[in-house]
Design a protein around this ligand. Structure first.
Ligand code: M6R
Length: 366
């Protein structure tokens, strides 16, 4: 059942070229310039005419929502708020006409997310679901939605569900942007081709697994980790830190890289590994300066970089390369090494990676 892998988590990490492809199958054709999400059709006007999008989720699904915030705002020019479902539901939230909600959940059974949906519905919002488990409670409670086709996720740590969620949410943003005319035809085409290339690029990233395993062996006894990224990679930093905490029980924090100087920099010494997600995008130069600041304080830098990067190679102790893609799609690649890093470290520490202590696959109670 684990398909020859030692753990479900590893199997699911390695399934991502397929699960991302499955999430796009029949929905996108770059050559023909088509993209279609059938499950949205009936309510698509609500989404394209939305004044504001509120995204709800918990844990990793909330991180996928944060990536979607950047993508929707950039491409579709709709203001987005991403809320923890558990906070939203107890806050007497303000829902105006023209607001739409997107609820994200792998299991479709998360109690807080379901309760937040019911509350938003009672205030008149139209709700879209992005869920993995077909026929689960959340898709039944929403007006419309698009399933992620990641297949069953058994490991408690969410991996392939995250990349499938980001894939589907990005497709939704592209559909809206195209309809609204907020992206040019050439950018539209470029994004479709770039999306179609992602599964092979994930495969290429996975092929680096032995290097990541080696890096894991160096840092397996660390007591803390910092994860830093900017822009589209900020949510990836949060996700990398969550993965490590959850399965290896190492304390880890994710931050937007520029926030470092507002506090976390005080933690940096020769014992602090800092994982930078430092791909060549619009915040590259700024992240490079952040790396220099960490080096100056003797922090140990592991950097996820764009293939061929020479500058960071001279500064970081370890670099992990990922293929170049459109900036908006980088999280689909940059998260992969972080999943593997947490996996190998947890295994080396003797942790039960598929069933970490104190955690359940779906949190069906408050
Ligand atoms: O099934 P859901 O996506 O609603 O679950 C949300 C969180 O409980 C989940 O992502 C959790 O944070 C994972 N264990 C993270 O790896």
């Amino acid at each position: 059942e684990k398909g020859g892998y030692e753990h479900f988590m590893l199997k699911e990490i390695f399934e991502q070229p397929k699960s991302v492809k499955d999430s796009m199958r029949g929905r996108i054709n770059a050559h023909k310039g088509h993209i279609l999400l059938g499950g949205l059709r009936e309510y698509i006007n609500k989404l394209t005419q939305a004044q504001r999008i509120i995204i709800l989720g918990c844990g990793t699904s909330w991180h996928a929502g944060l990536v979607a915030e950047y993508v929707f705002e950039e491409l579709a020019r709709i203001p987005v708020e991403v809320e923890y479902a558990s906070e939203f539901r107890y806050r007497n939230p303000i829902i105006n006409e023209g607001d739409v909600v997107i609820a994200i959940s792998q299991s479709g059974e998360t109690a807080d997310t379901l309760a937040a949906i019911e509350l938003a519905k009672s205030k008149g919002a139209i709700i879209f679901g992005v869920c993995n488990v077909v026929g689960s409670s959340i898709p039944r409670a929403t007006h419309a939605g698009a399933y992620t086709h990641a297949g069953p996720e058994i490991g408690v740590a969410s991996t392939k569900a995250f990349t499938a969620q980001v894939t589907v949410l990005t497709m939704m943003a592209i559909v809206v942007a195209k309809t609204k005319g907020t992206i040019s035809d050439s950018l539209y085409r470029e994004l479709l081709y770039a999306l179609e290339a992602i599964p092979d690029q994930i495969q290429k990233t996975l092929n680096n697994h032995s290097q990541i395993k080696y890096i894991s062996s160096i840092f397996r006894d660390a007591r803390n980790f910092l994860y830093l990224g900017r822009g589209y990679n900020f949510p990836v930093a949060l996700e990398g830190a969550l993965k490590l905490k959850e399965i290896s029980y190492i304390h880890a924090e994710g931050y937007p890289a520029a926030e470092m100087k507002h506090g976390p920099i005080a933690l940096i010494d020769e014992e602090m590994p800092v994982v930078f997600i430092a791909t060549q995008d619009s915040s590259y130069e700024k992240v490079v300066s952040n790396i220099q600041e960490v080096r100056a304080r003797k922090g140990r830098v592991i950097a996820v970089v764009t293939e061929g990067d020479k500058l960071i190679k001279q500064m970081a102790e370890f670099v992990i390369e990922i293929p170049a893609t459109h900036e908006a799609l980088v999280p689909l690649l940059s998260v992969i090494p972080l999943q593997l890093l947490s996996y190998y470290i947890a295994v080396m520490r003797g942790c039960n990676v598929d069933q970490p202590r104190n955690l359940a696959k779906s949190v069906t109670v408050e």
